[in-house]
Write a protein that binds this ligand. Structure first.
Ligand code: DC
Length: 225
């Protein structure tokens, strides 16, 4: 099996780029952030503070949290105790909660084997924060995808505008900076590039250019080119 790890900060375009590249090369696209989001959603629903380092692991130990993933036509669906929560995990509240639960080591352990099993069974392009460093350290290709805070905020505002939501650029920039800080300063598996990762800054690239660049790298590595 061939594994491609794509890591990078929130809003760098990882999911769009990875999804398209995976479609072209016929690999399974796995968005690991969705798993942390699902844990975050469960804690919010259960009235447990997502940064409670006692209650969150206790809830996971209780057996009350069963997370599953399904794939259909290249789309990933996440199940929380059998319920499809794929859409529900995309709110700003869940974004914040996911970042908080992801700093708790037991949460990372809880999700670890699910991610590794997928890579054992399929050719994958997996995106996240610690895929090249922790989850799949032997991945054939590792890409660290980034873009400036300003550019990521601009893209995020545009996405929201397309959904009819007006967002203040300054506020979105601050949220992105806050999440970057949290994700890269936590004690366990912080966001950082693997030593052998290919760095790609997409600030001055169009989406299409970034997709093509990643697809080319994956094809070369998998021997398709
Ligand atoms: O990629 P995303 O924005 O959906 O991720 C949500 C949160 O989950 C993010 O703030 C950090 C965390 N995360 C992580 O710690 N490790 C991963 N492999 C993926 C996401």
């Amino acid at each position: 099996m061939i594994a491609v790890a794509i890591d990078g900060p929130a809003g760098a375009g990882k999911s769009t780029i990875a999804r398209q590249a995976a479609k072209t090369v016929g690999f399974l696209y796995v968005d690991t952030g969705a798993l942390y989001r699902t844990v975050g959603l469960h804690m919010l629903r259960s009235g447990i503070s997502p940064d409670d380092r006692q209650a969150v692991p206790a809830e996971l130990d209780s057996g009350r949290v069963k997370i599953g993933m399904q794939f259909q036509d290249g789309e990933q669906y996440v199940l929380l105790n059998g319920e499809n929560v794929t859409e529900l995990i995309r709110t700003p509240e869940v974004s914040k909660a996911s970042s908080q639960v992801s700093a708790i080591p037991q949460v990372r352990d809880f999700l670890f084997s699910l991610q590794q099993d997928l890579a054992r069974e399929h050719n994958v392009i997996m995106d996240g924060r610690d895929i090249g460093t922790v989850v799949l350290p032997d991945a054939k290709v590792k890409i660290f995808l980034t873009a400036s805070v300003q550019e990521r905020a601009k893209r995020r505002c545009q996405q929201l505008r397309e959904k009819g939501i007006f967002a203040d650029l300054g506020e979105v920039s601050r949220e992105i900076e806050e999440r970057d800080y949290q994700d890269s300063h936590r004690a366990v598996a912080p966001l950082k590039a693997a030593a052998d990762a290919i760095w790609m800054d997409t600030s001055d690239m169009t989406l299409q250019e970034a997709i093509e660049a990643v697809t080319r790298i994956v094809k070369q590595a998998s021997g398709a080119e």
